[in-house]
Design a binder for this molecule. Structure first.
Ligand code: PLP
Length: 391
C-alpha cells in the first residue's frame, strides 16, 4: 500500500480506500482494480499457497477491497459484506446470542428486522421499547440481555434516539450496542463515534445507491466481535458475491455527492409539502418542526433523504394522489438515485395490525418518500399536479 487513507477526508476515502492502482512491474497498470471472479486459488504445493486466498467464500480480493472501503468510511477497523441486510443481521444474532437470551429493540424497527426477531429467533426474548425513555430502558435490562438494537431515524415515522445516551446505559450493563445505519449512511452518521459497538447496513439502499444490488454489511472495531461475526460469515456462507462487491465499491465512490443531493432535494420537497394546504404534517428530521430536530442536529452531520407526510383526506385520496404521479415511482425500498414513493399502510407496513399502526402514528394517508437526485423542480412539479388532482 502506497497510501495511508486514514489521513484523508470522507470523499477521498470513499474513492481510494481498499483500492490501489496496479504498479507491479510487467503487470497491467490498472487504475481501477479488476473484478476477481475465480472461486478458488492456486497453490505451489500442498504446503504453500500462492496468496493469502484459498477459497472465494472465506475471502476474495474484490470483497476484501470492498470490506476495506466500507470500514474506512465508517471509521472502524473491520468490515464484513453479506448477501443482504437480513443476512448481515442474522450473522450478528448467530454470533452473539444463544437460546434464552434477551434483546431490546427500538419500538419502530424496520419490519424485516422485527420479523427476523419474532418469527425466526423464537428462542430469544425480545422487548420493544421507546429508547428515548432511558429509565424504562434500564429497567428492561435483565441478566440475559445481550443486545440493544437501534435505528435512527426509524421508518416511516423518522423517530430519533440518543445513541450516546443509550450506549452509556447499555455499556454499564455489558450489552452490545447495534446501530442499523442504513438511513443516514456513514456520510451523515458515525454510530461508533457515539458509542455503538456494531454497525449494520442494508447496502441495498444508499451504499449501493442505484436500486440494483442487494447486500448487507457488519462493521466494528472490536477484535473479538469481529472474529465471531467473521466466523459466521464463513461458516454460514451468506457472503456478498465478487460482482456485487465490485458494484457496491463503485456506488460508494459517489456516496458523498449523492447524499448531499438527496438531502438538498429532501429539504425542498419537505418545505414544499409543509406549506401545502392538503398536507396535515411532514416528518423530516431536517425540519425545525420535527420533534427531535435538536437531537438529530447534535448527533449527525445531516438529515438524509427520507421523509414521510400525511395527506388530508382518506385512503382513497392517498391512492389517487399516488396514481397521478408520473415521475415518482410507487415502490418499496429506498436510497436509490430515483425518487420512490410508497404507502406504508398498504405496502411496507401492511402486516402491522391496523390498531398498532394507528397507535404509533402510521395513518392510512401517511406516505413515505425516498427523495432521489433528479432536478428538484421536476419533483415539485410532479407533486403539485398530483396534489391538484385530488378533491
Ligand atoms: C432494507 C432494510 C433492511 C434489510 O435489508 P435487505 O438488504 O433488504 O435484506 C434492514 N434495515 C433497514 C433499515 C432497511 O431499510
Amino acid at each position: 500500500m502506497r497510501r495511508d487513507v486514514t489521513k484523508y477526508g470522507f470523499s477521498t476515502r470513499s474513492i481510494h480506500a481498499g483500492e490501489e492502482p496496479d504498479y507491479e512491474a510487467g503487470a497491467t497498470g490498472d487504475v481501477v482494480p479488476p473484478l476477481h471472479l475465480t472461486t478458488t486459488y492456486v497453490w505451489y504445493n500442498p504446503s504453500k499457497p500462492v496468496s493469502e486466498y484459498d477459497y472465494v467464500r472465506s475471502s476474495n480480493p474484490t470483497r476484501k477491497a470492498y470490506e476495506t472501503k466500507l470500514a474506512a468510511i465508517e471509521n472502524v477497523k473491520y468490515g464484513l459484506a453479506f448477501a443482504s441486510g437480513m443476512a448481515a443481521e442474522t450473522a450478528i444474532l448467530q454470533a452473539l446470542t444463544s437460546s434464552g437470551d434477551h434483546i431490546i429493540g427500538f419500538d419502530d424497527l424496520y419490519g424485516g428486522t422485527r420479523r427476523l426477531f419474532d418469527k425466526v429467533y423464537t428462542n430469544l426474548l425480545i422487548s420493544y421499547i421507546d429508547l428515548n425513555d432511558l429509565e424504562k430502558f434500564e429497567a428492561t435490562i435483565r441478566p440475559e440481555t445481550k443486545i440493544v438494537w437501534i435505528e435512527s431515524p426509524t421508518n416511516p415515522l423518522t423517530k430519533i434516539c440518543d445513541i450516546a445516551a443509550v450506549a452509556k446505559v447499555a455499556h454499564k450493563h455489558g450489552l452490545v450496542v447495534v446501530v442499523d445505519n442504513t438511513f443516514l449512511s456513514p456520510y451523515f452518521l458515525k454510530p461508533t463515534e457515539l458509542g455503538a459497538d456494531i454497525i449494520v447496513h442494508s447496502t441495498t439502499k444508499y451504499i449501493g445507491g442505484h436500486s440494483d444490488v442487494l447486500g448487507g454489511a457488519v462493521l466494528m472495531s472490536d477484535d473479538d466481535l469481529y472474529e465471531k461475526v467473521k466466523a459466521i460469515q464463513n461458516n454460514c456462507g451468506a457472503v456478498l458475491s465478487p460482482f456485487d462487491s465490485y458494484l457496491n465499491m463503485r456506488g460508494i465512490k459517489t456516496l458523498s455527492v449523492r447524499m448531499e443531493q438527496h438531502q438538498k432535494n429532501a429539504f425542498v420537497v419537505a418545505r414544499y409539502l409543509e406549506g401545502h394546504p392538503k398536507v396535515n404534517r411532514v416528518l423530516y428530521p431536517g425540519l425545525e418542526s420535527h420533534p427531535q430536530h435538536e437531537l438529530v442536529k447534535r448527533q449527525s452531520s445531516g438529515f438524509g433523504g427520507m421523509l414521510s407526510f400525511e395527506l388530508k383526506g382518506t385512503l382513497e385520496d392517498a391512492e389517487k394522489f399516488m396514481g397521478q404521479l408520473t415521475l415518482f415511482v410507487t415502490a418499496e425500498s429506498l436510497g436509490g438515485v430515483e425518487s420512490l414513493i410508497e404507502l406504508p399502510s398498504k405496502m411496507t407496513h401492511v402486516h402491522v395490525d391496523k390498531s398498532v399502526r394507528e397507535a404509533i402514528g402510521i395513518s392510512d394517508t401517511l406516505i413515505r418518500v425516498s427523495v432521489g437526485i433528479e432536478d428538484v423542480k421536476d419533483l415539485i412539479a410532479d407533486l403539485e399536479q398530483a396534489l391538484d388532482s385530488i378533491n
